[in-house]
Design a protein around this ligand. Structure first.
Ligand SMILES: Cc1ncc(COP(=O)(O)O)c(C=O)c1O
Length: 404
């Protein structure tokens, strides 16, 4: 590996005594009902934030603003500078030119999904998702009284593809109004190709189904893969599209609550903006836009080195499993920092698997069945952490599973 400028090996406490109130490392028991969890001695490898410091330029920007000492209402210009920096990032990193007036600020991607569901469908309408997928999608659909139309991904020995035939059948139903696409796809780690995206988005366009493309993981792409945004597929598709981006995952600033919705179609944008206003979503906190701006202006090198580090964690994990625990498999993801680990070869049922991981190994992960029944027998493990933690987790899994 090349010489690093960032110390991703550094283990930084986020537990009880750190004062950081990290849900990943403390007070998470209630998320795992039915399991007896030893929080103090468990490794936090579940929810999707990283155990790395964010870029130093972001920390400096926050410190500088904090030292001002007055945290009153923000002027809109604060958002303009953030959006301008984001436009630079999208162009440099995704080769996607986005005028800043296509962008809407919102505190999070999930609130933007809720607002779009409310504005562009009505109660009882069908909304397509592709399980196994980030589970708040289902919650947003159910919480808004819409119906989940699940187009399960097709799995073949740990590789996943979209079921286009079924997608078309579902999209054709007259009350299917909305499709939530996840690219890269959390938790299976697919970085959808331009062809796959085109096919899926064209089916939706042909059948009057609006596409919401959640591209929050766009910056986590392994070296052999290329990220394509849904925004560049065709002019017609872009007019039937809402995209979400955020600096939150990329630069580890999720707690600052900043994301951007890109809506190329002015009519859709106006409707969504009005809906957000009606929902009374909060203005950004004073730190969100300056942190996002600094990240998008200065974070290129950080992301490159970060991905090299994370990719190494994945290579290490895949090899470790192959050599030490052959009944547990994991295909290296094409993107994201989330591993989708397959325990079906152990012959145990999901409850037994989860209890061995959570209670015996004391490694806290996302349980596969949270992502739909397609996730039975899997877990999602977050490898955006110092290698020391990865090694410790794998040793613990080895101890818990080796005598099966
Ligand atoms: C695919 C996906 N979308 C959205 C989010 C969350 O976004 P936010 O915290 O901005 O609501 C996550 C977080 O893990 C995610 O993986």
């Amino acid at each position: 590996m090349n010489k690093q400028h960032y110390d991703f090996d550094r283990v930084i406490s986020r537990g009880d005594k750190s004062g950081s109130y990290s849900i990943k490392w403390q007070s998470f028991e209630e998320k795992f009902p039915g399991y007896n969890i030893d929080t103090q001695n468990s490794l936090g490898m579940w929810i999707a934030d990283m155990d790395f410091l964010c870029p130093p330029e972001v920390i400096s920007a926050i410190k500088k603003r904090a030292e001002h000492g007055i945290y009153g209402y923000l002027a809109p210009i604060a958002l303009e500078a953030f959006k301008k920096a984001a436009a630079g990032w999208f162009e440099r990193r995704y080769d996607y030119k986005v005028p800043t007036d296509w962008m809407l600020f919102i505190s999070g991607v999930v609130p933007s999904i809720n607002a779009a569901i409310q504005e562009f469908s009505k109660p009882g309408d069908g909304i397509i998702i592709q399980n196994p997928v980030y589970y708040p999608f289902s919650n947003s659909i159910k919480n808004n009284g819409r119906i989940i139309r699940n187009n399960s991904l097709i799995e073949d020995k740990g590789s996943y593809t979209m079921n286009f035939e079924n997608l078309e059948n579902i999209a054709k139903k007259s009350d299917t109004k909305f499709f939530i696409l996840c690219n890269p796809h959390n938790p299976v780690g697919r970085v959808w190709t331009k062809d796959e995206l085109y096919q899926a988005c064209q089916i939706c366009l042909d059948n009057g189904v609006l596409v919401f493309s959640d591209e929050i993981h766009a910056d986590f792409i392994m070296k052999d893969y290329h990220f394509s945004t849904a925004g560049k597929l065709s002019e017609e598709i872009s007019q039937n599209l809402i995209i979400s981006y955020a600096p939150s995952k990329t630069f580890n600033i999720a707690g600052l609550a900043a994301s951007l919705i890109v809506v190329p179609n002015p009519k859709l944008r106006e409707r969504l903006a009005k809906r957000m206003e009606a929902n009374n979503y909060p203005d950004p906190n004073v730190f969100a836009p300056i942190a996002g701006e600094a990240a998008y202006l200065y974070g290129d090198n950080y992301v490159s080195e970060l991905m090299e580090y994370v990719e190494h964690n994945f290579d290490f994990t895949v090899n470790f499993l192959r050599e030490n625990l052959p009944s547990i498999t994991m295909k290296k993801p094409e993107g994201t920092y989330l591993g989708w680990m397959d325990f079906r070869g152990t012959g145990l049922n999901s409850k037994e698997i989860y209890s061995l991981i959570l209670e015996k190994a004391k490694v806290v992960v996302d349980l596969g069945d949270w992502f739909g029944s397609e996730g039975d027998g899997f877990i999602r493990i977050n490898l955006a952490c110092p290698k020391y933690i990865v090694i410790e987790a794998l040793q613990r899994l080895k101890k818990a599973f080796q005598n099966l």
